[in-house]
Write a new protein. Structure first.
Length: 144
C-alpha cells in the first residue's frame, strides 16, 4: 500500500474568475489593471489577482451607491462605513448576506476557510469611542 501526498493544483487568473462566475457572482474588470470587482446580492469586494493568490484591495462589504461599505465595529453598534464617510447601521440581514458572500467567495477562489471566520461575520475596522485618539498622547477627557 502506497501513500501519496496530494498536491494542490495552483489555479490561474482566468480559472479563478471562471470558478467565481460559475458560483453565481458578477465579475467586473477594473480598467487598466488586473483588479476585479466581485459582487452578489448587494455585497461586493475588489480583488487584485496579479499574483497567484488574490489580494483584497477594498474589503468586502455592502454596496452603498457606487462604493463598498466596510463593516465597522463602533463598540456600541456595528455599521457600514464607506471611504467617503457615509455610514449605515448594520442589520441582521446585512450581516448574514455579507457572511454568506465571503464564505462562498472564499470557496470559489479555492482559499482556506479559517475556523474563527466561519463562525460569524468579522468586522474590518474597530472604532471604539473609549480608545479614540489613544495613540496621540493624553486623550481629551469628557469634562474638558
Amino acid at each position: 500500500m502506497f501513500f501519496r501526498r496530494a498536491y494542490t493544483k495552483e489555479l490561474t487568473f482566468d480559472q479563478r474568475l471562471e470558478k467565481v462566475r460559475q458560483a453565481g457572482f458578477t465579475v467586473v474588470a477594473q480598467p487598466g489593471s488586473r483588479r476585479v470587482r466581485i459582487s452578489r446580492a448587494g455585497c461586493a469586494v475588489v480583488l487584485d489577482l496579479e499574483d497567484s493568490a488574490p489580494k483584497v484591495v477594498e474589503p468586502a462589504g455592502i454596496e452603498m451607491n457606487s462604493e463598498i461599505g466596510a463593516l465597522t465595529d463602533g463598540g456600541y453598534q456595528k455599521f457600514f462605513l464607506t471611504p467617503s464617510g457615509k455610514r449605515k447601521p448594520a442589520l441582521a440581514r446585512d450581516l448574514t448576506a455579507l457572511h454568506d458572500f465571503q464564505e462562498d467567495l472564499r470557496e470559489a477562489l479555492g482559499e482556506i476557510s479559517l475556523y474563527n471566520e466561519s463562525l460569524g461575520t468579522v468586522s474590518t475596522f474597530y472604532l471604539y469611542d473609549r480608545v479614540k485618539d489613544r495613540d496621540h498622547g493624553v486623550a481629551k477627557r469628557a469634562w474638558e
